[in-house]
Design a protein around this ligand. Structure first.
Ligand code: PEP
Length: 257
């Protein structure tokens, strides 16, 4: 059985004080959820990681970063390495978010280098894949997913792929308020699983967790995670609000499949 995992991507929001306040609220409201049944990850901006770590250190919340560089150290101004993220207490790292692909020209090759580095350091990559609106309208969704999965996850061993979380995030649904229907999410995510079965084997593919991301809200989380191949969600804007993220996590934890 794949354990549900809900992650909050706080993007470039929240001062340190605001991040501490939100983390404290989540800790208070979600303390009774069993981590054996649901994993909860929050990914603040780099500047707030240390303070948020202190707040959640004795809770069922886990810490993630929104990006990382593939080298361990060196003259790479502005970048942060896996060594640094481990040092600060991160366990998860979002890789290849569509905003990074769009604004920072991240390619599948870059995503692959980052994902492999994250795995080498014993961290867990949340690898984002998904098509744009024009790609969907041209009927290219499956082609794009093949490209993102085959190239983004290239040379990742069968043992390591079991630690990877894949986030299917159709770009047209991110931050737009336009959610993929549960059927669209299921169709794409079952296709992703079939690609993993080709790359590895069916049994391995069945064990990899695939989240959905794109305008997830309290109103749509239950239907989304009820789908057989939707193992949780990567939540952006709705994770910035205490009430809505708490509802999302609680509702997801109530879905039994
Ligand atoms: C995201 O940032 O990964 C995301 C899915 O954003 P939103 O929930 O705001 O669409």
């Amino acid at each position: 059985m794949r354990k549900t995992i809900i992650a909050g991507n706080w993007k470039m929001y929240k001062t340190i004080a605001e991040a501490i306040e939100l983390a404290n609220g989540l800790k208070r409201e979600l303390f009774d959820l069993n981590p054996q049944l649901i994993e909860i990850v929050i990914c603040p901006a780099f500047t707030a990681l240390s303070e948020v770590r202190d707040v959640i250190s004795d809770s069922n919340l886990q810490l993630g970063a929104q990006d990382v560089f593939w080298e361990d150290e060196g003259a790479f101004t502005g970048e942060v390495s896996c060594l640094m993220l481990k040092d600060i207490g991160c366990r998860f790292v979002i890789i290849g978010h569509s905003e990074r692909r769009q604004y920072f020209a991240e390619t599948n090759e870059v995503v692959n280098k980052k994902a492999r580095t994250v795995l080498r350091h014993g961290l867990i990559p949340i690898v984002c894949v998904g098509e744009t609106l024009s790609e969907r309208e041209k009927g290219l969704t499956f082609k794009v997913l093949e490209d993102h999965i085959y190239n983004g996850l290239k040379q990742i061993s069968k043992e390591d792929i079991l630690r990877v979380i894949i986030a299917y995030e159709p770009v047209w649904a991110i931050g737009t308020g336009r959610t993929a229907t549960a059927e669209q999410a299921q169709e794409a995510q079952s296709y992703i699983r079939s690609l993993l079965a080709k790359m590895y084997d069916k049994q391995t593919a069945q064990q990899v967790r695939i989240q959905y991301g794109g305008s997830v809200k309290p109103e749509n989380i239950s239907e989304l995670v009820s789908q057989p191949d939707v193992d949780g969600a990567l939540v952006g804007l709705a994770s910035l609000n205490l009430e809505s993220f708490v509802k999302i996590v609680k509702r997801a934890s109530q879905v039994r499949k």
